[in-house]
Design a protein around this ligand. Structure first.
Ligand code: IPM
Ligand code: MG
Length: 366
């Protein structure tokens, strides 16, 4: 019986609520597919600070190191907002995890089912068939990690802060490899987003993309766009993109824009794939919903479990090689969400039927 060994880092507020539901879906499919689930839960984020004095406790890191993948919930919230920025759950847990496991490839599907176009702030005429695009964001380079990164007092008493945007050709090539694989599995269309009219890193980015694609992926229709224009085009006609690839900070911003045009943060999953392989020879990865901890609805039983369930499906696909099973779960979520009375209200992140009943509806479709 194949064993799926993963770490479960549920985190804070609605994190544990939706994680329970994703695990319920995984238990269900494991039974029918004869898979053994072997997972270990560990504290992260605010829970890590409260129980171990650190957003990413050493014991949690060890649990992740011993696993083939990480299923992540969400971290942070008002309880820890007064801590210094460097100690806050988001920054002190997620960023070190990304760096430690070299999770350089962030795949964020931007999916809005045709039945739910009303949930998007875009006019339905612009997206008659919903939205189906993918953002590939470089996740371990650029401004987030470049050095120097510091604040200093100048001789005249003024304060100066610096972040450094830095990219190596090899880092650009490895994220491109992921973008190529993604584009090949879809419409063979890739848009590279940069700011090559201003930034040195973007000049290298664009040259590397042009050369690498010509050599390794002449079958893919490649285009380039400046990031400011990309932000505009996403709001104008999102489906022109299919797959876009970009550096860390641009990807952070564009993926939030993508999330809002897709109507509901409660529906969006993500995968962050590592440079390293797990014990199965597949990419080690961290899988998390895009929506955050939603403190305002925590404990009310109304958080949307779909993004966490879809993130679990991505884990099955990328870190365990179970593509068909992942597709089945994705289809079940779609059917459960777009059927009957749930259409519409679920899209805003709060299924009227509640968190547990929503999961029951997904399981009923499996
Ligand atoms: C994201 C988040 C993180 C980021 C924060 C929480 C550090 O916004 O995953 O997009 O900026 O990468
Ligand atoms: Mg973000």
């Amino acid at each position: 019986m194949p064993t799926l060994k993963f770490a479960v880092l549920a985190g804070d507020y609605i994190g544990p609520e939706v994680m329970t539901e994703a695990l319920r879906v995984l238990e269900h499919v494991a039974k029918s597919e004869n898979l053994t689930l072997s997972y270990t839960q560990a504290d992260v984020g605010g829970a890590g600070i409260d129980h171990h004095g650190k957003a990413l406790p050493d014991s949690t890191l060890k649990t992740c190191e011993a696993a083939d993948a990480i299923l992540f919930g969400s971290v942070g919230g008002p309880k820890w907002e007064k801590l210094p920025p460097k100690e806050q759950p988001e920054r002190a847990a997620l960023l070190p995890l990304r760096k430690h496991f070299t999770l350089f490839a962030n795949i964020r599907p931007g999916l809005l089912y045709r039945e739910l176009t009303d949930a998007s702030p875009l006019k339905s005429e612009r997206i008659p068939d919903g939205i189906d695009i993918v953002c590939i964001r470089e996740l371990t380079g650029g401004l987030y990690f470049g050095l120097p990164k510091q604040t200093t007092t100048l001789p005249d008493g003024d304060l100066q802060a610096v972040d450094t945007m830095v990219y190596k050709k090899s880092e650009i090539e490895r994220i491109l490899q992921v973008a190529i694989t993604t584009a090949r599995a879809r419409k063979k269309k890739l848009c590279s987003v940069d700011k090559a009219n201003v930034l040195e890193t973007s000049v290298l980015w664009r040259k590397t993309v042009v050369d690498f694609m010509a050599k390794h992926a002449p079958d893919i229709a490649l285009s380039h766009m400046y990031v400011d224009n990309a932000a505009m085009q996403l709001a104008r006609d999102p489906n022109q993109f299919d797959v876009f690839v970009t550096e860390n900070m641009f990807g952070d911003i564009l993926s939030d824009e993508m999330a809002v045009i897709c109507g509901s943060l409660g529906m969006l999953s993500s995968a962050s794939l590592g440079a390293g392989k797990n014990s199965l020879g597949l990419p080690f990865g961290l899988y998390e919903p895009a929506g955050g901890t939603a403190p305002d609805i925590a404990g009310m039983g109304i958080a949307n479990p779909c993004a966490q369930v879809l993130s679990a499906a991505l884990m099955l696909r990328f870190s365990f090689g179970l593509d068909a099973l992942a597709t089945r779960i994705e289809a079940a979520v779609k059917k459960a969400v777009t059927s009957g009375t749930r259409t519409g209200d679920i899209a805003f992140g709060k299924p009227s039927v509640g968190t547990k009943a929503m999961t029951d509806a997904i399981i009923a479709q499996l």
